[in-house]
Design a binder for this molecule. Structure first.
Ligand code: 5AD
Ligand code: SF4
Length: 596
């Protein structure tokens, strides 16, 4: 149990900095009033206008979206974002708690920052470092670690859980002002720089969710095309927050709280605004995105507008109000597809195997702009382990789902997640996982070694009894198996034509026979010049004219790399081009643009 108040809401007056009244487009008046409260003695002022912020994001796409919203919110208040922590007035880490490794990176950052702060206080700070910058931890680690982190790292000035991000400007303000106080006053004031829901606080009623101010952060999103991915033409849109599944290994239901579903109209309006700003690819986000279900009339604000509401039960049953008019995930997909036709690509992650009805697959089949891509974690191929994980489906049900998906969508590409080394996992359990992967032939998998997480059922009930070297061996074996299957899946695409959403550009050296490039999501691409005679000729010819290499994704999320000698290759980024697949490797397809 946390020993802090569940949520310290300090001021919610929308006319003040940190309130919710001017998200997205800050009226000049609000900005001025924020500046009026400048302390005067402090180089960092109470308004955002003069502050620079460095924000580093760890973890999943949900965190990336949170960071984008935070960036928009703070930028609207006059904060300026900088690419390096060095010299920034505010350093923020948006953190992930899913595995220990992700947390360790942040611990190490905090250690380094602590030394910098000490050096600042002693007047020996290296040049370039702001003396006494504000250090903040936001996201899942803040929520999970709570006050422990403040004790362990007294130089952390603020903490803000993922469910409280709308309060971040206010917390930064408080932290900046606290810095001017003496140490006793400071200790007391630090409590005002914490906003957490509390591990055990789970919204339990529709009303509680309805009054959730966090919705405002999504609603008032200040989309900045210059900062957005892929030339501002790709964006995430959240449809649900939190999770009700309680898989026994997972911290997410504790850090992100109960599953809350946004009203369909708010989601569609957001998609339309993004489309109007030039976005052509939208990825809908939810921990279990296909669990989306909104019951109309159950949560309505004083202004008659529908509000976010708590989701259905984890067992997949709908509540007693299901007889009322509702919007299912399939309905939502169809509405976005039909009502925002300039979105050329509509994707969604992450799906839960059990909640995937034929209605969703039918909408996908009938909607050409919905991508042929599914990310559906299996986690294990052993029914015994799946039960211990509380996943709520059997291996056969997962297999049946994959078969159904391929029957509806013959071209669908499916990715999955697996955890190896879950407590008590035997060689035989692991062999069953390999067998499942062989049978479902996923295009790629994210494979993780089990990491016991504080607060979860698994850590409390099951001993972490699979030795690390066994976990590592199973991890490598599954990766190797997936590598072989990925290579086969990619090879099947050779000779076909695909539409590629061009995501980035990476200039090749032109002189070397061995090339390396960074593709999306940190995949490193390497290949030697050997391929077909045709691609050899293309490579040699283009080396002389400074060949440019681009990469993008198919509708099924396969990475395609292709060369261009276009005068303006930058102009291709953010566009969809037609390409023929001329080669493949385990992680990529090699393409040639088809000029029509
Ligand atoms: N240990 C290892 N992997 C985990 N995941 C979630 N929690 C843990 C954990 N404690 C993995 C799951 C999930 C993905 C996002 O992270 O595979 O699907
Ligand atoms: Fe975690 Fe399970 Fe929810 Fe996914 S479905 S976020 S693994 S509890």
């Amino acid at each position: 149990m946390k020993d802090l108040p569940l949520s310290i809401a300090i001021h919610d007056d929308p006319t003040r900095a940190g309130g919710l009244g001017f998200l997205g487009s800050a009226p000049a008046e609000s900005r001025e009033s924020a500046n009026e409260r400048t302390s005067g003695t402090d180089r960092i002022q109470a308004g955002g206008a003069s502050r620079t912020v460095y924000l580093e994001t760890f973890g999943c796409q949900m965190n990336e979206l949170d960071s984008e919203l935070v960036r928009g919110h703070l930028a609207a208040l006059g904060y300026r974002f900088v690419p390096h922590a060095e010299g920034a007035d505010v350093v923020l880490y948006n953190t992930c708690s899913v595995r220990e490794q992700a947390e360790q990176k942040v611990w190490s950052r905090l250690g380094i920052m602590g030394k910098r702060k000490q050096a600042g206080a002693a007047g020996t700070a290296e040049s370039g470092w702001s003396s006494g910058f504000v250090l903040g931890v936001i996201g899942c680690m803040a929520e999970r670690e709570g006050p422990t982190m403040m004790r362990r790292f007294p130089h952390v000035d603020l903490m803000c859980g993922p469910g409280e991000l709308d309060k971040l400007p206010m917390l930064i303000d408080n932290a900046c002002r606290t810095r001017a106080l003496d140490s006793l006053e400071r200790a007391e004031a630090r409590a005002a720089s914490i906003a957490l829901q509390g591990n055990n606080h789970r919204r339990s009623s529709t009303l509680a969710a309805a009054s959730d101010n966090l919705e405002m952060l999504d609603l008032s999103r200040a989309f900045d095309p210059d900062r957005a991915e892929h030339a501002g033409r790709s964006a995430y849109v959240r449809i649900t927050r939190g999770c009700n599944k309680f898989c026994t290994y997972c911290v997410v239901p504790f850090t992100r709280g109960a599953e809350v579903h946004r009203p369909p109209q708010a989601i569609i309006d957001e998609c339309r605004r993004l489309a109007d700003a030039g976005v052509i690819e939208i990825t809908l986000l939810g921990q279990t995105v296909n669990h989306y279900h909104y019951v109309h009339g159950a949560a309505v604000g004083a202004d008659g507008m529908e509000l976010p509401q708590v989701g259905g039960r984890a067992n997949g049953q709908r509540s007693a109000v299901s007889a009322q008019r509702s919007t299912s995930f399939a309905d939502l997909l169809r509405r976005i597809h039909d009502e925002v036709p300039t979105i050329e690509r509509l994707r969604f992650v992450t799906s839960y195997p059990r909640d995937f009805g034929d209605d969703v697959l039918a909408v996908m089949r009938d909607s050409p702009r919905i991508c042929r891509y599914l990310h559906v974690p299996a986690q294990s191929g052993s029914n015994r382990i799946l039960r211990m994980m509380n996943r709520g489906y059997s291996v056969q049900e997962y297999l049946d789902f994959i078969e159904r998906a391929r029957a509806f969508l013959p071209d669908v590409c499916i990715a999955g997640d697996f955890i190896v080394g879950f407590p008590t996992e035997t060689d035989d359990d692991f062999a069953q996982t390999c067998e499942l992967l062989e049978r479902v032939r996923l295009k790629n998998s994210f494979i993780f070694k089990y990491s016991p997480r504080p607060g979860t059922t698994a850590i409390e009930r099951f001993e972490d009894d699979v030795p690390d070297d066994v976990k590592r061996r199973r991890n490598n074996a599954l990766l190797a198996l997936q590598g072989r299957i990925s290579a086969e899946v990619h090879r099947e695409w050779e000779g076909r034509e695909v539409d590629v959403f061009v995501e980035r550009i990476s200039r090749t050296s032109g002189s070397s026979d061995r090339r390396t490039s960074r593709a999306p999501h940190g995949v490193e691409l390497r290949w030697e010049r050997k391929g077909t005679a045709r691609s050899m000729r293309a490579s040699h010819a283009s080396a002389e004219v400074q060949e440019v290499q681009l990469s993008g994704r198919t509708s099924g999320d396969l990475i395609v790399v292709f060369s261009s000698t276009d005068q303006n290759p930058e102009g291709l980024v953010g566009r969809i081009v037609r390409a023929r697949v001329v080669g493949s490797a385990p992680l990529i397809l090699r393409g040639e643009v088809i000029h029509k």
